[in-house]
Structure formats: structure tokens, C-alpha cells
Write a protein that binds this ligand. Structure first.
Ligand code: MN
Length: 297
């Protein structure tokens, strides 16, 4: 057996509209639906705005997943049907565990910096946890570990010595990595995890492959380290985990297993039985699209 490593697969994003906002969808894309438990990855921004409100997503439900919102600049207000409210800023984790059902809103606050840049990931809940009651966490700054040539911040899960306080139900990790200018950075990986990396800002080579922004580089599994190099400095996001052992069905904002579960959740949302109303949001709730049995992606 040789020590041949998997080749790196470049998966370009596709453009999606979220209300007035143009979003780069990084996952799911053609050729890849999940990386470990991570089943959805959107980048919004960077953009600068004046009077208008770039993010304004009215009340909508989720089941069977966790949403992980991570800002690179600007701010978002989260409100949900549990009554949680958080003004999310860069460096803070906004983690919503939908479990059996929750509704939330995400909007640019009236007082804002005029900038917006960030990502939202979804993590599929394993069968053993997907019917739990919903919960929401908004954390202050997350733990980082310094390395020679850079730094890694654990958004969710553990990376080196850095352990995120976010509640985790599916094994895996989400990390923000900074590479210093004119530096190389070697980071430890778990060979039992598959990983994907995306350049957010700056320039970087991933194992000597020059990375494009908003393209997901699928690294496969069996790797013990990640080799990065930058000329002017870089910021990347890395997601990984053991290959998710369950077949999921994603439709609209739901992660389920069968069309019957999707239909039941859709009906419960239409009947106003899936979650309570979201307080403090001025505007209509989002209607579910017709279910024609076709999953998203
Ligand atoms: Mn949502």
C-alpha cells in the first residue's frame, strides 16, 4: 500500500439570490452534497451598502439541522421562536440547533457599519438527535490557537488546543484559519475526517494548488496535515468530519430522511404548528414552496 493521498478536487460555487442579496453557494454543489456532517455552505458578501438593508430574511422554519452563522464583517440580528435575540458580530458564533423545529429571522440591524460579509453553514443532526427540542447559542469570542505562520479559530468542534463552546451533536469541525503574509502554515488534520477548505480573503496555496476565492477545495480523507502558503496573507474556512453515515433528504430549510417527514414539517409550518411566532420582527413570515418531491442542491 503506497501513501498516495487523494487528489484535491476544486468545486466552484454557484450564485443564488436570497431576497435582495446575492449569495455564493459553496455546498451542496454539483459533485458534492456533504463534507462530514456539513450539508450546506453559503457565503454572502463582501458588500458595502447605504440606506438599504441587504439581509432581511423573515420568519422561516428549520428541522433536523444546526445553522452556524459566522461573520467576517458587519452585523446581523438573529431572533427566533424561543425568544432568543442576538446581535451577531465578527468573532461571535451564532449556533441554532433546530432539532424537531424552530423558526427564526436574520436581518441587518438598523444601526450598522454599512458592511456585510459572512457565511452560513448547516450541520446535519444524526438520527439520535434530530427530534430534540430546539436550542440557540450566541457566544462571545471563540478560542484560537497560534501556530508558526498563522492562527486557527475553532468555530464548531475541536481543532488542536482550541475547542469551540458550541453544542455539537455530529462529530466534525469548522475552523477559521489565518495565514500570515510571506508564510507557510502546517496544520494537523484528523486522518479519519474528510475536509474541504475555502479561501475567503487574500491569497493562498493549498498543498501547492493556488486557491480561487469561493471555490471549495475538497481534500478527501486520510490526511494528517494541511499545508498552506501565502504571499500577502489569507483567511480560509475549513470544514470536516467523518463521512456522514446516514442518507439525508434536504428540501427548502429542512433536513430529513424521507419525503413523508418533509411533507409533515411543511404542513406543520403552514398550520402554524411547527414553531411559535418570532417576536420583534416586522414583516410577513415565509411561505413554504410547493413540495414536488425534488430535493434542493
Ligand atoms: Mn434560516
Amino acid at each position: 500500500m503506497s501513501n498516495l493521498l487523494p487528489s484535491i478536487e476544486a468545486l466552484p460555487d454557484r450564485s443564488v439570490r436570497l431576497g435582495a442579496l446575492e449569495v455564493h453557494r459553496v455546498l451542496p454543489v454539483r459533485g458534492r452534497r456533504m463534507i462530514g456532517p456539513w450539508c450546506f455552505f453559503d457565503r454572502f458578501g463582501p458588500l458595502q451598502f447605504e440606506a438599504e438593508k441587504p439581509m432581511d430574511v423573515g420568519p422561516h422554519p428549520h428541522i433536523g439541522l444546526q445553522t452556524v452563522t459566522w461573520l467576517l464583517s458587519g452585523e446581523i440580528v438573529h431572533n427566533d421562536s424561543l425568544g432568543s435575540e442576538c446581535l451577531v458580530k465578527p468573532g461571535q458564533l451564532s449556533l441554532m440547533t433546530a432539532g424537531r423545529g424552530i423558526a427564526h429571522t436574520e436581518e441587518t440591524p438598523t444601526r450598522n457599519s454599512g458592511w456585510l460579509d459572512g457565511v452560513q453553514f448547516w450541520v446535519a443532526l444524526p438520527d439520535s438527535s434530530r427530534w430534540l427540542p430546539p436550542q440557540y447559542q450566541c457566544t462571545p469570542a471563540l478560542p484560537s490557537q497560534r501556530y508558526r505562520g498563522g492562527e486557527a479559530t475553532a468555530i464548531l468542534g475541536a481543532f488542536g488546543e482550541a475547542v469551540s463552546p458550541g453544542h455539537q451533536f455530529s462529530p466534525g469541525v469548522g475552523v477559521e484559519i489565518r495565514v500570515e503574509p510571506r508564510s507557510g502554515l502546517e496544520l494537523p488534520l484528523d486522518p479519519s475526517f474528510e475536509y474541504g477548505a475555502m479561501l475567503v480573503d487574500g491569497d493562498v496555496t493549498v498543498f501547492d494548488v493556488p486557491a480561487e476565492r469561493n471555490t471549495l477545495y475538497y481534500l478527501g480523507a486520510s490526511r494528517g496535515e494541511l499545508g498552506l502558503r501565502s504571499t500577502n496573507g489569507a483567511r480560509l474556512l475549513l470544514i470536516g468530519g467523518p463521512p456522514f453515515g446516514e442518507q439525508i433528504l434536504m428540501w427548502w430549510n429542512f433536513v430529513a430522511r424521507t419525503p413523508e417527514e418533509i411533507l409533515a414539517a411543511r404542513q406543520a409550518w403552514e398550520n402554524r404548528e411547527l414553531a411559535a411566532d418570532v417576536p420583534r420582527y416586522q414583516g410577513p413570515r415565509l411561505e413554504a414552496p410547493p413540495f414536488i418531491g425534488r430535493p434542493i442542491g
